[in-house]
Design a protein. Structure first.
Length: 505
């Protein structure tokens, strides 16, 4: 005789929460802090625009993410509690990672060897767990590593994950396993952390995630990724040539460099079969202070001193040849999103299956602003290299005017009007941030345009601009008349926008 079952869990609704400040913004989602009225528990709630999700054909990534979180149960993996939806939005209620992400920590604190060992070890344990349940992350980077209130890691963002095997503990209510992507060897993730085997059209393996761990450890010591070019193509060429070097002057950690370098050199190996494995990685001298790998989540995170915010460290992190190669170039205007009639798939994602201890039925991890937005910078648009237009400051004006006539932006340029800067920016409207093109010319003119059709939209009234303010390396604000434009440059060159605009004011 079947045992009686209780009533189904009550579906949450927006009115069950008190929403607070915005934690992060993306092209089709915003993350806000929230308190559940009934329990007074604090959460991070990701609010996703359904229409945008359909238009950008992102439902399949949410399906993969759902499957990964269904099979995950680990202190270093972000936890989903329950979800609900309205006519326009999907709401994903997750644990609140109160201390941001690892990238922000690296940029704001003086990192010690103790911290490098601690956080690298936690990343290793988290990735090892994912591999044990048949999941490859494939987009591991600092922005996808959140920090809890006690500064332990929470790995998030599984939209690019690859699922290798069925869920270990299926039950009658679980949906069938979802294949991660039709082409397992297609490029996913972020260029700077992409493993060489993916660039050589080979399938991702556990060694691909290990490669990313090496890139993250390099960043902890050098304050930059090991492979970084002026565009994705050049970055990929550096990876395939294994072209990287430690900075002459270490601006982050002052100790343990030789042992850390030994780890990085064992990881950054072109042949994935020769790359060090996680079990051997744990045994290297760099990690000799880790006495119990199984209890890292119970240990105390190191206390780090604040870094003076003068920007010197980051500016000096790149070599002179890299800076001279990149300086003055325009950002890429990029996008590969295709419109698809997949609203049924979106609704399916929002109505099937749930984790064992979830009260509702949609799975999606918490992401900071960095993690949400990063996919904007990984696609191509325009010519084969993704660059709509190069802006060379030392080029003769007449030569530059002739060169830009072949650009896809030529139809929206006026006669004798030279482009000074062009790129993709996020423009905040309410809770959501919309991706748009922005062009600065020497007329002067600040013109927004559609990134798909290259059609002009609105302009920022130049004669009414009262201030241009740099917030950080991605965010800047333009005030024109009664309007305030909150803009985000995902290529992390907000300072170039501010400088270029001020020169023309």
């Amino acid at each position: 005789m079947a045992s009686p079952s209780g009533p189904p869990p009550r579906m949450r609704q927006p009115r069950d929460f008190t929403f607070g400040r915005v934690l992060g913004e993306g092209s089709f989602a915003s993350v806000v802090s929230a308190t559940e009225k009934e329990t007074n528990r604090r959460f991070a709630v990701k609010v996703v625009d359904k229409k945008f999700l359909v238009r950008e054909n992102k439902a399949k990534y949410a399906m993969v993410e759902k499957e990964v979180l269904n099979r995950s149960n680990h202190p270093f993996i972000v936890k989903l509690f329950y979800t609900f939806q309205s006519a326009d939005s999907l709401y994903f209620v997750m644990e609140l990672a109160e201390n941001g992400d690892l990238l922000a920590l690296l940029r704001s604190r003086i990192f010690t060897r103790e911290a490098a060992v601690f956080y690298t070890a936690e990343i290793i344990v988290g990735i090892e767990y994912l591999h044990s349940i048949g999941v490859l992350h494939r987009d591991l980077k600092q922005e996808n590593i959140l920090l809890s209130a006690d500064n332990h890691i929470k790995i998030c963002d599984f939209g690019s994950a690859k699922i290798q095997q069925p869920s270990p503990k299926p039950d009658a209510t679980s949906p069938p396993p979802v294949e991660s992507h039709p082409q397992q060897n297609s490029f996913v993730g972020t260029a700077e952390y992409c493993s060489p085997e993916l660039l050589n059209d080979r399938s991702a393996t556990t060694a691909s995630d290990v490669w990313a761990i090496g890139c993250i450890l390099f960043y902890m010591y050098a304050n930059r990724p090991p492979f970084k070019g002026p565009n994705e193509y050049q970055t990929f060429q550096r990876i395939l040539a294994l072209k990287y070097e430690f900075p002459e002057s270490r601006l982050n950690i002052d100790e343990g460099v030789s042992e850390a370098r030994a780890v990085i050199e064992r990881i950054l190996v072109l042949d994935s079969k020769l790359r060090i494995t996680i079990p051997l990685l744990k045994k290297m001298p760099f990690f000799e202070s880790v006495h119990n790998w199984d209890s890292l989540s119970e240990s105390k995170a190191p206390v780090l001193q604040k870094l003076p915010m003068d920007g010197t460290r980051e500016k000096l992190a790149f070599s002179v040849d890299e800076l001279s190669e990149w300086y003055g170039r325009s950002m890429n205007v990029e996008d590969d999103a295709s419109t698809s009639n997949n609203i049924q798939q979106v609704e399916t994602v929002a109505s099937e299956g749930s984790p064992a201890d979830s009260e509702d039925d949609f799975q999606y991890p918490y992401e900071t602003a960095e993690a949400i937005d990063e996919d904007w910078g990984s696609h191509s648009l325009g010519d084969v290299n993704g660059v709509i237009m190069h802006v060379e400051p030392d080029q003769l004006r007449e030569v530059a005017l002739t060169a830009q006539k072949s650009s896809v932006l030529a139809p929206i340029l006026e006669n004798n009007e030279l482009v000074v800067m062009v790129g993709t920016v996020g423009r905040r409207k309410g809770l959501f941030m919309k991706k748009v093109g922005l062009m600065l010319t020497d007329k002067p003119r600040l013109q927004f345009f559609d990134c798909d059709k290259y059609m002009p939209s609105s302009q920022i009234a130049w004669n009414s601009i009262t201030s241009v303010e740099l917030k950080d390396n991605k965010n800047f604000v333009i005030k024109s008349g009664k309007k305030t434009y909150n803009l985000k440059d995902l290529e992390q060159h907000a300072d170039r926008w501010v400088s270029a605009i001020k020169k023309l004011l």
